[in-house]
Every structure is written in C-alpha cells, then in structure tokens.
Design a binder for this molecule. Structure first.
Ligand code: SF4
Ligand code: SF4
Length: 70
C-alpha cells in the first residue's frame, strides 16, 4: 500500500527529503509513486512524510466503513 497526497498540498517541499524510498515528486501538488512507496514499512515510527506535512494532506488510502445511523 502507498500513501496519497490530496489537493490540499501547498507544495511546501517538506516531505520530499524525508522519503527513504524517493517516492515523492514535486509539482503544483506533490505526488507519491504508489509503486515504490511502502508506507515507510522499515521504520517503526511510521510514515515520515505524514509526520512532517504541516497541512495533513498526506493520507493512507484505507477505506473506512461508515456505519449507517438511520
Ligand atoms: S510513506 Fe514513507 S515511503 Fe511512502 S511516500 Fe511517505 S515517506 Fe515515502
Ligand atoms: S509536506 Fe504536505 S504540503 Fe508540503 S509538499 Fe509534502 S504533501 Fe505537500
């Protein structure tokens, strides 16, 4: 699985040097290569990019079931 950068990205660049697999590329909105991102599986502290992103726009694409309330 790979993380995903949504359209709230401000292109601040903080995540780019943090990625151990060089999966992040710069642009108007930064992108993650899903073929190489391993969600920092080798690191116990979790995803480096998520830890440094100031606007919390990097998300894990795990679908969360929404229970019906009605
Ligand atoms: S989760 Fe880790 S490997 Fe994936 S893009 Fe972020 S820093 Fe790179
Ligand atoms: S740290 Fe967050 S806001 Fe900054 S470039 Fe990366 S994804 Fe975009």
């Amino acid at each position: 699985m790979a993380v995903f950068i949504n359209d709230q990205c401000t292109a601040c660049g903080l995540c780019l040097p943090e990625c151990p697999t060089e999966s992040i590329s710069a642009g108007d909105i930064y992108l993650v290569n899903p073929d190489t991102c391993d969600e920092c599986a080798s690191y116990s502290e979790g995803s480096h990019c998520i830890a440094v992103c100031p606007v919390d726009c990097i998300v894990k694409p795990v679908p969360v079931p929404v229970p019906k309330t009605n």
